[in-house]
Structures are given as C-alpha cells and as structure tokens.
Design a protein around this ligand. Sequence first.
Ligand code: S3P
Length: 179
Amino acid sequence: MRSNQISIQKIVLIGFRGAGKTTLAHLLARELQWEYFSTDRAIEQSVNLSIPEIVARHGWDFFRQKEAEIIQQVASRKRIVIDCGGGVVENSRNMERLRPGALVVWVDAPLAELKQRLRQAGNRPLLNQPDFDRDVEENYRRRLPLYRNYANLRINTSEESPEGAISRILSRLPDRSDE
Ligand code: S3P
C-alpha cells in the first residue's frame, strides 16, 4: 500500500432504523469480498434471544451494554462491513472504537419515509417514547447531529438506488489493487 494513502480497513454503516443499512451492507460485503457483520445479530446470538425479547426481559440498558461489548470485540477487525444498530451513535465510546481506519457511511431517508417503512415492518420495540410517532420523531431528531458528525459520507436511500449508493461508497476507497 502506498504510504500517502489513507488506509480504509472497514466500512461502518450507521443510520436510523429502516434506513436500509442492512441491504447496503450485504451488497458492499459481497462486492468487496469482505466479511458482513451485524451488531444486532451478534447481540441476539450472544444472548440467544431476539431483540424484542431482550428488551422485554432485560431492558434497553442491558441491550446497550451488550451492544458496546460486541462493538469492542469487532471494532479492530479488518476487511469487514459492520452493519450497526441505529442507536450505536448514542454511546461515544462505540464510535471512538469504530472510527479508526473506517469509512463511516450514514444511511438515511426522510423522516416520513422512515416512519412508513417502520410501520410496515412493525417488528422493532419502541425506544423510549409512549407512542410510535413520537418515538420515531424524537429519536431521529436527537440522533441527526450525531449521525452527521460521525459520517464520512451520507446516502439517501429514497433518492439513490442501491447500485448508485454502492458505487459512490466504493469510489471513496483507495485503489483496492494496492491492498
Ligand atoms: C435500535 C435499532 C435497531 C436495534 C435496536 C435498537 C435503535 O437496529 O439495534 O432495536 O436504537 O435505533 P436497526 O437500526 O438495524 O433497526
């Protein structure tokens, strides 16, 4: 690798629930032939429960603690696409661990569209507000500056096709033949 190039060893996808992180992460991993890693699936496997069950039995604090542990374990791996849960940015330690050597991609969509997608999916427990609309709106608004601050690149999945997004992300990687 040429010494004046910034070395990117991993891609970290952040963004709100329903924005499309998982679709892009799988496509990127396949294109790059890098490992795909979902923090949510790793948490579920470590506890042997689904996210709704974890939250119902143990609460969000327990979930966030598991999330931080998983991130600590995975953060230093290379040639990996890390598909993060939407709340990963709320703990600055998570992002301090993930950022070195990473291209951080913010996968986003307009709030109205996120709501629609989430309503249709209907399988995510509310975070901290009593009703669905408030939960999505308040958490999205609170996280916006965090996503913006940590991201190297923003993708709007309501405007950009997965293929267009992938080629824009790949164009930010140094010449891969130098690996
Ligand atoms: C969460 C998002 C979820 C999952 C958990 C909490 C959040 O991941 O980590 O339900 O705080 O926004 P996705 O963004 O993959 O849905």
